[in-house]
Structure formats: C-alpha cells, structure tokens
Design a protein around this ligand. Structure first.
Ligand SMILES: *Cc1c(COP(=O)(O)O)cnc(C)c1O
Length: 400
C-alpha cells in the first residue's frame, strides 16, 4: 500500500469532484475474479465493481461482443431501429414476467422511468392527484432528485431539500406499515427484493406475496428495484422468482451489461401502455454496443447449470462465513441468497475492508457494520476458500 503512486491521488483530488472516498489502489487490468493494480499486485475481487461484473472481468464472450460492436455500429439514436436492442428486449421479456422494456443508462434512470410510469399510469386511469409512492426505510434507489427522494436514508437527502414531493417511507418487511401508509393519493409501492445498500436485508417468506395482494386490493402498482438483485445475483435470474409472485414493474442495471452502463425498466403490457411517443426518452438508451454486451451477458447467465452453480457457491460461501461467525464473537449474523451475502458485525466494518485489501481481497462494507460479499457469479469454491482465509487472517488480527 505504501508504494501507492501519490501522483494519481493528487491529480484526482485536484481535478475530479470529491464525491467519492477511494482506497489507495489504482487498477489497471482484470480477468475473471482477479484484478491487478499498477504495481502488479493481484487481488481477489469479491465486490465485482459493486455487483456489476457478474461474469467477472473481461469475460471473453462479452469482450468479443464489445469488440465486434465497436467495429460495427456504436450509436444511431432511438429515432431508428437497431437489432441488438430489439433482440435484448425479446430475451429479457422471454425470461421474465414482463412484456415490454424501456432501456436507459443507469439504475437511477431506470427507477426514474419506473416512478414516471407509475404516475402516468395512475393519472391515465384515475385522474390527477394520485402520485404518492411508498418506499422503504433503509432502501436505496439512486441519486437523481426523484430517486434520492424515494431512497429511505436521510444521509442521501441532506442539503438537497426540498425533496421531490410524494414519497413516503415505511419499515421494510412490514405489511401493516404499508397498509397504514396507503391513502387516496398513493399510486405505487417501490421496494428492493433484497436491500443491498441498506445492509443486505431479506424479507420474511410471505412478505412479497402479501404485499402484491395488498397492492392489488388498492389498485397500486408494485415496483421491484432489482438493480442489484437481478441478473442471477441471488441464484435465480430475478429475485422475485423466489417469492411466488411477480411485480408490475421491475428495474435492472448493475449486472445487465457486465460493466458497460445500461439500465432497463420492464413492465407488463397493461402498465406499459401508459408510455406513448414523447412520454419518456433518453438519447443513449439501448444503443447497439451496450445492448450487444448485455445480450452476451444474458446468454451466459441463462445457460443451463449457471444459476445452479451460483446457488451452490452461495450456499458454500454462507456456510464458510458461518464458521467465522461461531469463532469470532464480534460477528453477529451471516445472511445471503445466491452470491448476495452479508456479514453483520457488532462494530464498524471499514477496518476489515482495508485489511482484506492489503491482503489482496476486495469486499466492501454497507450500512456501517455489514460486510458485503458480491463476487462475480463465476466464482467457485477455490475463490470462496481464499476469500474466507484472508478474512479469517483479518479477524485474527482484530481478536489479538
Ligand atoms: C446501485 C443501485 C441503484 C442506483 O444505480 P446507479 O446505476 O448507481 O444509478 C438503485 N437501486 C439499487 C437497489 C442499487 O443497488
């Protein structure tokens, strides 16, 4: 770490907005579950660029699609048809509850589109004034004005008030809380099937089924933010598949194009009808280059056996982390589904993230005390064993 090149740190501080606090490492190359810094040091990546590079770094199929796409056609706008975009929409709808897709460029944009669609759908059906969206405490939905207003964490609101009107935050995993918040102004409920940034929080088994029923009774749309949980992360292609129900609208982004920026908002035909020419748009959305990368990604993730292996590796990771839970008293709780796994400590987790990084493994910490493990979905037992060995060393130093 002490060999870190101070020049890049200074140039970054001088010329880039100070919106991120960064670790003192500059990465120059990646392959599979491994990254290399500018000193040639190798790292095991259990963060995947925050649950983005599901197929690992520079997956040959995805890189080939990008190379081909870059030589063929990069951008023409949505005034015209392009084949990769339409093919990708066909695949995403074939593989999900949805009938139609709107493509954009990030998670926040996908949620922004979902919020607009819910408002428009309600306005078309029930007239104006019915625009409130119920979302959850400790949720995370993005950093644009509407999505940060939807986010149930006051730290992302501070200094940006007034917030966008019409967002109500209730306790996650409580049907009664949602019920109590519904008024004649409510049009939708927005929820992550697994709270990622909020500390890897899972709901109880019947919660989402009951939530869907409650939404039906009250003519509310149910929006699933699957930006982090989607595309195989939890061991099924979409996290809603674990819940014996499906939402009306779903948003995707992080894992969609394995590292190229792409978001998508999906809905049933009945709901999608509310958007007509001119309702919503984005210049770059669904361009042929990113769409080709997403198609290549989706092809690999939906290959037979791929998700079974994610489930098996995830179960193995959880069981190995539980061994540490029993041995180290400051570990409170290990929870996970597929390769979306959290380890809650009874102290801030930042120092363990730094220790792991020094020892050559990348994880992060969310909600102050929860170590987050979201490795590439292609990780296997050897990677899990190495990650757990490094974490164990870091824990032992703490216990000394
Ligand atoms: C990352 C994330 C977002 C925001 O996505 P951006 O691409 O950073 O705008 C929204 N919702 C969830 C659940 C996320 O994990």
């Amino acid at each position: 770490m002490n060999s870190f090149n101070a020049d890049i740190e200074q140039a970054c501080a001088r010329h880039i907005f100070g919106t991120y606090s960064r670790f003192p490492v500059a990465f120059v190359r990646g392959e599979g579950c491994r990254l290399w810094d500018d000193k040639g040091k190798e790292y095991l990546d259990f963060l995947s660029g925050i649950a983005v590079c599901g197929l690992g770094h520079c997956h040959p199929e995805v890189s080939r699609a990008i190379e081909r796409g870059a030589r063929n056609l990069i951008h023409v706008s949505n005034l015209f048809y392009t084949y990769p975009q339409v093919e990708l929409a066909q695949e995403l709808t074939r593989l999900s509850f949805a009938d139609k897709v709107f493509f954009c460029n990030s998670g926040a944009e996908a949620n922004e589109a979902a919020i607009k669609l819910a408002r428009k759908h309600s306005s078309d059906l029930y007239g104006p004034g019915r625009f409130h969206v119920i979302s959850m405490k400790n949720s995370f939905h993005g950093r644009t004005m509407a999505t940060l207003s939807a986010t149930g964490q006051s730290k992302v609101h501070k200094g940006f008030e007034p917030l966008v009107e019409g967002f109500v935050h209730v306790d996650f995993n409580s049907i009664a809380a949602v019920e109590a918040a519904i008024t004649d102004k409510t049009c939708a409920v927005l929820v992550e099937p697994v709270q990622g940034e909020g500390g890897l929080n899972f709901a109880s088994p019947d919660y989402f089924r009951d939530l869907k029923a409650l939404c039906r009774e009250n003519n509310l749309l149910l929006i699933f933010d699957e930006i982090q949980s989607g595309l195989g992360r939890t061991g099924s292609l979409f996290a809603y598949e674990h819940e014996a129900m499906s939402p009306d609208i779903m948003t995707l982004a992080k894992g969609l194009a394995n590292g190229l920026p792409m978001g998508a908002m999906l809905a049933t035909d009945e709901v999608a009808e509310a958007f007509t020419p001119g309702s919503h748009a984005t210049t770059f959305g669904g361009g042929p280059l990113v769409a080709s990368a997403a198609l290549a990604t989706l092809k690999v993730v939906s290959e037979p056996g791929f998700l079974e292996k994610v489930r098996a590796t995830g179960a193995y990771l959880v069981s190995r982390l539980r061994e540490l839970e029993y041995r180290f008293p400051f570990v409170n709780h290990v929870r996970g589904r597929g390769l979306m796994v959290g380890m809650e400590l009874d102290m801030p987790g930042g120092k363990f993230v730094s220790k792991c990084l020094e020892k050559g493994a990348i994880i992060n910490c969310t909600h102050d005390k929860v170590l987050r493990f979201v490795p590439p979905l292609i990780a296997g037992r050897p990677e899990v064993d190495r990650m757990v060995a490094i974490l164990e060393e870091a824990f032992k130093e703490e216990a000394l």
